[in-house]
Design a protein around this ligand. Structure first.
Ligand code: SF4
Length: 481
């Protein structure tokens, strides 16, 4: 785009691409993909979501889609793993106060951490083989070790509470119902790397989580936890509507007040992150696993799970299942067990496929449900685990239409920094808008998608390209006419 056009943009668009920069609509209808999959359950609600400008992508109520800010209720919560780790408190209901948290055994992990040298805390986390639950699945202990080893006048921990993947709502309920667990995990991380300040970044679509975390921070402060060797400050930042901010370098830019777009790596945030200082960014579920690991030992955690995916994962099952809800499982469970034993199968019609880690993920056809839940195992079939959000699609959805909805989202949320994503998402969205592709168009779409997958700067464009390429290949006969 010529520079003259860019500098003639309104100032707001030059500085930001937040969809909700200065206002919050009084009533919002969710246009996330889980609500799209459930649109036939309430066509009127879906019509409102489609009509709303700007669209709201995911309110974290995917267990009751199609949802709006008026949708109430709470998800079913169940532990299916041998040990309850992340959901261990909220499986019995929300934690009401710090006093309640302590009565349920909270802060024991932090106490143990403080009795150990920093390097030993990191060793415990490394032994657990915990990997980041936000989608990248990078080993958490290695991330902490990298930040700990940097010599710097300041270090930071950022709690990534910008869940945002349609279908996922575990982070929302951890922050709303057990914010003390998240804070305990963040304090352990801060102690381990020597951070003096912790930032929470929470999406604006989760006002209940913002309020609960703010309240919990005040309680923790009043109880005297925020003093050396722990950080002196816990600060809560609220998003303004941008999916890409979930990417850690974009989140760092957002907290610094810069245009919230990703930046190339290296340098990695653990070397040069927030305000140029070593920074660990961990998502809510990752940090919620840490207190149990430090209290019970990394080896005990690593005994759970299978293959290279150790421990537990919370799956968020969407409203298109007969039994939607939050399920803590061990890695290694088959998708068939998830879909039928936990979810009770699809709520209406016949199951066409399941999407995990969407909306920028491929659709797994029902014939592939014997795959086991694991990071590498899902990658091997072209799928991804992401946040563990599981959306069931029944046969009322055409795959080409579903991809069009995904691409509307992907192009709307593209930050525009790199051309494969900026142009590719828009071009593919136009191509899929008519509900099918010709053979020639399908070959062109495949080429664009593959280019996006390898040449986009961040996971947004890469995942969108990969999702289109894999789904097009698997559902070629249905999409191509
Ligand atoms: S891949 Fe998309 S979202 Fe990521 S930097 Fe490029 S344009 Fe921005």
């Amino acid at each position: 785009m010529p520079l003259t056009i860019r500098i003639n943009l309104p100032k707001q668009e030059v500085n930001t691409f937040y969809s909700f920069p200065d206002f919050a609509p009084p009533e919002e209808h969710c246009r996330g993909l889980a609500c799209y999959a459930a649109r036939s359950l309430d066509p009127e609600a879906w019509k409102k979501a489609v009509a709303q400008q700007p669209p709201t992508y995911c309110l974290g109520k995917c267990y009751a889609g199609p949802s709006s800010t008026l949708t109430g209720g709470a998800p079913h919560v169940e532990v299916r793993s041998r040990k309850a780790i992340v959901l261990r408190h909220i499986v019995d209901g929300p934690v009401k106060s710090l006093r309640d948290y302590l009565a349920r055994g909270g802060m024991r992990g932090l106490e143990r951490a403080l009795s150990m040298p920093q390097a030993e805390v990191i060793d415990e986390v490394k032994r657990s083989q915990l990997r980041g639950r936000g989608g990248a699945y990078f080993p958490t202990g290695l991330k902490w070790e990298s930040a700990m080893r940097q010599a710097a006048p300041a270090k930071y921990v950022i709690v990534n509470g910008d869940e945002g993947d349609a279908g996922a709502y575990v982070d929302r309920f951890l922050m709303e119902w057990d914010p003390y667990l998240v804070i305990e995990g963040a304090l352990i991380a801060a102690y381990a790397i020597g951070a003096g300040r912790v930032y929470f970044y929470i999406r604006r679509e989760y006002p209940g989580a913002v309020a609960a975390v703010r309240r919990a921070v005040e309680e923790v402060r009043e109880a005297g936890y925020l003093s050396p060797p722990l950080p002196s400050e816990l600060e809560v930042h609220v998003g303004r509507g941008s999916y890409v901010v979930g990417e850690e370098t974009a989140m760092i830019n957002a907290i610094m007040g810069r245009r919230p777009e990703p930046t190339p790596r290296p340098p990695y945030p653990t070397e040069r992150g927030l305000f140029g200082m070593p920074t660990v960014v961990n998502n809510v579920e990752t940090l919620s696993s840490v207190p149990w690991i430090v209290e019970n030992g990394g080896d005990a955690y690593a005994e759970l799970g299978f293959s290279r995916s150790r421990g537990t994962k919370v799956l968020s099952l969407s409203s298109t299942f007969s039994r939607p809800g939050l399920y803590e499982v061990e890695f290694g469970v088959s998708l068939r067990e998830v879909v039928y034993d936990m979810g009770g199968g699809v709520r209406f019609g016949k199951l066409k496929g399941v999407m995990i880690g969407g909306p920028l993920a491929s659709l797994i056809p029902s014939e592939e449900l014997d795959v086991k839940l694991g990071v590498e195992e899902l990658r091997a079939i072209g799928a991804s685990l992401g946040h563990g959000n599981v959306i069931a699609f029944s046969d009322d959805t055409s795959v080409a239409d579903m991809l069009h909805e995904v691409l509307l989202f992907a192009s709307f949320e593209s930050c525009g920094k790199c051309f494969p994503c900026r142009l590719g998402t828009a071009k593919l969205e136009r191509m899929f808008s008519k509900g099918y592709l010709t053979e020639e168009e399908a070959r062109e779409a495949m080429s664009i998608a593959n280019t996006m997958a390898v040449a986009s700067l961040c996971g947004h464009g890469q995942a969108a390209g990969q999702a289109v390429a894999v789904t097009l290949k698997k559902f070629w006969k249905e999409i191509v006419r």
